[in-house]
Design a protein around this ligand. Structure first.
Ligand code: SF4
Length: 377
């Protein structure tokens, strides 16, 4: 009897939030590491990931992490030429990769390749780290243990400071050539009390002067809440202030420097920022899997939602080269136990990822949260 090649067998039902959750927890092995657009290694935000599109949704899936090497998921090309995700050798879904953005081939007027200034995240998000250096990255004692902001700089894959002019040039090209629909501007935290708000404001203003592109700025709470209105007036449409972890013990262990800013200050900053940017336009990023319990994460999310803040909970990814590279990724069952009730809470609070003007919550590629919100899974 002729045996059917396992990768040619019928595909199982469409991907669901649960499949996304499993992929993001376990990662995936790549038969061809060069498939699709270049993956990111190091840097702020999603790293050691690759963007993949399943069932019309583009998600970031770990590919270079230690757990990914042991993952039950593999991506392989089938004899027909299609690319499929296999689980334990059995096909689950077709997958495609966003193509390499055209703007990556351009160089700024001052001679810097555009891909060193900003990168494509997910399918249509332009992302940049305006200041690639961080006051919290100076010593291992203060470093956020999950962060790789210095790695891409040390490897020459980015530049230390992106000027407003450079960002404006890249944003204009990325809209024209690759159809990006929003932009994320994060920053390493500089020594000043504004925590980077001034540089984000001037960067947003320059981009807005060049192209009509919704922008999310991301920073720590500044010393003075007046910065929120200044950033908004400069052109920022939404704001992210990222808690990362929620309980004092986990914060002190995982991010000893940033933990010096108490949770209470984050909450007061959120209360000041929401009236400026609008309900649901201020968000935070919480990394599940670092030790916070499900109950602690959901309790914090409830407090955030009550303040009109969108709590974007993502699975922690152990990035190679960081102190947490051997820390386990969260189990899919844990992620589901957080994201499924959280999606109900978000809906009950009247917030929606799709209503966010710009930023991580809108992109949603690093978490299955928005898929649970839409009830797919
Ligand atoms: S969710 Fe945020 S960090 Fe993740 S890919 Fe989208 S824009 Fe980038």
């Amino acid at each position: 009897m002729k045996q059917t090649h396992p990768t040619a067998a019928p595909i199982s039902p469409l991907p669901t939030a649960e499949l996304m959750t499993e992929l993001q927890s376990y990662g995936v092995r790549l038969a061809d590491p060069d498939a699709g657009a270049q993956s990111r290694r190091g840097g702020a935000g999603p790293s050691d990931h690759k963007a993949m599109t399943l069932d019309g949704m583009t998600i970031m899936v770990p590919v270079h992490t230690a757990p990914a090497a042991q993952s039950p998921f593999e991506i392989a090309q089938v004899p027909s030429g299609a690319t499929r995700i296999l689980r334990d050798g059995l096909p689950l879904a077709e997958v495609s990769f966003p193509r390499r953005p055209r703007f990556y081939d351009l160089v700024s007027t001052d001679g810097v390749p555009y891909w060193k200034i900003a990168t494509l995240h997910g399918r249509d998000v332009l992302a940049t780290t305006v200041l690639q250096e961080c006051v919290r990255y100076q010593s291992r004692a203060k470093t956020c243990q999950f962060c790789a902001i210095g790695q891409s700089l040390a490897a020459g894959r980015t530049i230390a400071r992106k000027t407003p002019q450079q960002l404006a040039e890249v944003a204009k090209a990325a809209v024209a050539l690759d159809g990006v629909t929003h932009m994320v501007m994060t920053t390493g935290t500089p020594p000043g009390k504004d925590r980077g708000c001034a540089v984000l404001a001037e960067s947003a203003a320059a981009v807005k002067a060049a192209v009509d592109l919704p922008i999310q700025v991301q920073c720590e709470p500044p010393d003075d809440d007046a910065w929120f209105a200044r950033m908004k007036e400069a052109g920022a449409d939404s704001l992210g202030m990222h808690l990362e972890a929620v309980t004092p013990e986990v914060r002190a262990r995982i991010m000893p420097g940033k933990a010096q800013v108490p949770i209470e200050r984050y909450l007061s900053a959120f209360e000041a920022a929401v009236p400026v940017f609008g309900k649901g336009q201020v968000s935070t990023y919480i990394l599940a899997g670092l030790g916070d319990t499900r109950e602690a994460i959901l309790a914090m999310c409830e407090a955030l939602l009550a303040r009109g803040v969108y709590p974007f909970v993502v699975p922690f990814v152990p990035i190679s080269g960081t102190p947490l590279e051997h820390h386990p990724a969260p189990q899919p069952a844990f992620m589901k136990s957080v994201l499924q009730p959280l999606a109900d809470m978000v809906r009950a609070a009247g917030l929606r990822a799709t209503d966010i003007k710009a930023g991580c919550g809108k992109c949603g590629a690093c978490s299955a949260l928005s898929t649970y919100e839409r009830g797919i899974g």
